[in-house]
Ligand binder design. Structure first.
Ligand code: SAM
Length: 189
């Protein structure tokens, strides 16, 4: 069976992230992606996870405590400020953005095009060759619809000599299912 957008986003990460890598969860939410990344990078790697809601940090902290992992930094700030929290000269292997609002949370607190685009642009500057930015996009609400359009418009402008960009989307499903965008930095020739 074809994978859902969420499963496909994890496949894209697991194909590229290795033990020891530094990675980013740009939208921590309930922590599912943070936990997944912390398992991929193992003890020698590190996950920097961001969210603007304390609730997200609490829920993620609880999940990580059950795992007993110590390879994560949970940061209460927007992903657009991510670079200010990383040690100097840090390069990342991957980042995941699961856009939109916290499931069962306040639907007004949602990711926004301007800050999402700013975060994507800054994280691309520290992405290693062969590294991937993976985004799960939701178009079922107004903000998500315009965010998806703007993110895709930006991604289409990335030069093909430097980046491979793909989308993954079910086109015959009702109710605006999520889609995936992956930006992979090409290896220099
Ligand atoms: N990946 C999460 C999980 O595994 O449960 C789900 C993420 S949820 C769809 C989106 C999250 O993005 C919300 O928790 C929201 O608070 C957060 N968010 C909104 N604006 C943000 C920003 N500028 N920086 C970081 N997180 C943000």
């Amino acid at each position: 069976m074809l994978k859902t957008a969420l499963h496909f986003s994890h496949q894209l990460l697991s194909e590229c992230v290795q033990p020891g890598d530094v990675v980013i969860d740009a939208t921590m939410g309930n922590g599912h992606d943070t936990v997944f990344l912390s398992q991929l990078v193992e003890n020698d790697g590190h996950v920097y996870a961001f969210d603007i809601q304390e609730k997200a940090l609490e829920s993620t902290r609880q999940k990580l405590e059950k795992q007993g992992t110590q390879n994560t930094s949970l940061i209460k700030d927007g992903h657009q400020n991510a670079l200010t929290y990383l040690p100097d000269n840090t390069m990342i292997k991957a980042a995941i953005f699961n856009l939109g609002y916290l499931p069962r949370g306040d639907k007004q607190i949602t990711t926004k095009s301007k800050t999402t685009l700013s975060a994507i642009a800054s994280l691309l500057t520290i992405l290693v060759e062969g590294g991937r930015l993976v985004l799960v996009l939701y178009s079922g609400h107004d903000e998500g619809m315009s965010e998806k359009k703007e993110v895709l418009s930006f991604a289409k402008t990335l030069p093909q000599d430097s980046y491979s960009v793909l989308t993954y989307q079910f086109i015959n499903q009702q109710n605006n299912p999520p889609s995936v965008l992956c930006i992979e930095k090409k290896k220099a020739k």
